[in-house]
Design a protein around this ligand. Structure first.
Ligand code: FDA
Length: 320
């Protein structure tokens, strides 16, 4: 069997167990497994607390990067927890604002209520948008699995007309995204373009391929031609080669954005050329799903994870 085919099967299997709550709880409750997995997560997650996110964020800002911060989690299942999560984001916004840390705040709508009650998610989103605007900070809504795309875009469009400091993420892998982007370009908020992390049915989704890369670039082209604020959120060197050739990162409204711990050398290379690079930092104890996504999207990371488990924590900030 070809290695690539084994890797693809491994990635698909990992994506399907990533959402298995029994496995997640088993790992979280095991005094042997938890610290091992936590060591692997440390490469991609700044730490358990808000302070961990803020201190690494501050360090990267001082090195010349822009940052996004997220308190990890998604699919919150009850109202009280949604309010607690929203309060954590409000506290994060205030700390960034009060300490002059010019971070973008990134989050999943299902973390603040979408899976419980869309009205609750909307109220929480409004409160966060208003708070962020008062500190001149921006918010970025992540994009989740395709079953939620309509709901997410609906809430986004309602809020962005009042709060243009709110942006949204679009997944190039969904066929529908070309139409979604053409509509969203009429709204003021920033757009973040990603390839897409979720396993989706073949009839609605372009798999990783040249076709997907072409679609990705087409979406970026549309944003740039419209002069619309856009984050090119990818770690793909071939995509950046095209972006550099087109001179897109010279525009003030275009930036590169990459996840903390992934391809830090590429981040540094771009930043050292004087180009705008944002690093996406996460913190919190809900790192299990985040870690499995990072391994599933790039299966060689399993070796990195095992090495981090053996050697202890793999703090990534030193690589930037
Ligand atoms: P691709 O997966 O094709 O990888 C291209 C190359 O990049 C690989 O060959 C490898 O060299 C490198 N690479 C990619 N991933 C790596 C990894 N984990 N470790 C090491 N190297 C890696 N998704 C989503 O569905 N909703 C969302 O809201 C977001 N939000 C988001 C924000 C930001 C800032 C980023 C960068 C990404 C997301 N994503 C996301 C994830 C995104 O959809 C996608 O899964 C990853 O970015 C990986 O895709 P690439 O564009 O990097 O290309």
């Amino acid at each position: 069997m070809e290695l690539l085919s084994i890797e693809k099967q491994f990635a698909d299997a990992l994506k399907s167990v990533a959402r298995n709550l029994v496995i997640k709880e088993y790992i979280q409750q095991s005094s042997e497994l938890y610290p091992l997995f936590q060591s692997a997560a440390k490469r991609f997650v700044t730490g358990d607390s808000r302070e961990d996110g803020l201190s690494i964020g501050d360090l990267l800002i001082n090195k010349g990067y822009r940052i996004s911060l997220e308190s990890l989690g998604e699919n919150t299942t009850n109202k009280e927890e949604c309010v607690r999560v929203k309060d954590e984001f409000i506290a994060l916004i205030r700390e960034c604002g009060n300490h002059g840390i010019s971070s973008r705040i990134s989050f999943d709508l299902s973390h603040i209520g979408l899976s419980v009650d869309p009205k609750l998610a909307y109220q929480n989103l409004l409160e966060m948008s208003k708070e962020a605007q008062s500190y001149n900070l921006s918010l970025m809504i992540s994009m989740e699995e395709s079953a939620k795309t309509d709901q997410i875009l609906h809430l986004y469009k309602r809020v962005v007309v009042e709060y243009p400091n709110v942006g949204v993420t679009l997944q190039a892998q969904l066929y529908r995204t070309l139409d979604d982007l053409n509509e969203l370009l009429n709204y003021p908020g920033a757009i973040r373009i990603v390839k897409g992390a979720y396993q989706e049915p073949a009839d609605i989704c372009i798999p990783r391929s040249d076709e997907l890369d072409q679609r990705y670039l087409e979406l970026v082209d549309l944003c740039v031609k419209a002069g619309h604020q856009v984050s090119i959120a990818s770690h793909d060197e071939a995509i950046y080669k095209q972006i550099l050739e087109r001179g897109y990162l010279q525009n003030t409204y275009v930036e590169a954005e990459m996840l903390y711990g992934i391809c830090p050398e590429l981040c540094k290379q771009l930043k050292d050329k004087g180009l705008p690079v944002r690093v996406y930092l996460t913190y919190g104890v809900e790192w299990y799903l985040y870690l499995t996504h990072r391994i599933a999207e790039y299966p060689p990371n399993i070796y990195v994870a095992i090495t981090d488990m053996i050697r202890g924590e793999g703090n990534s900030s030193q690589f930037y």
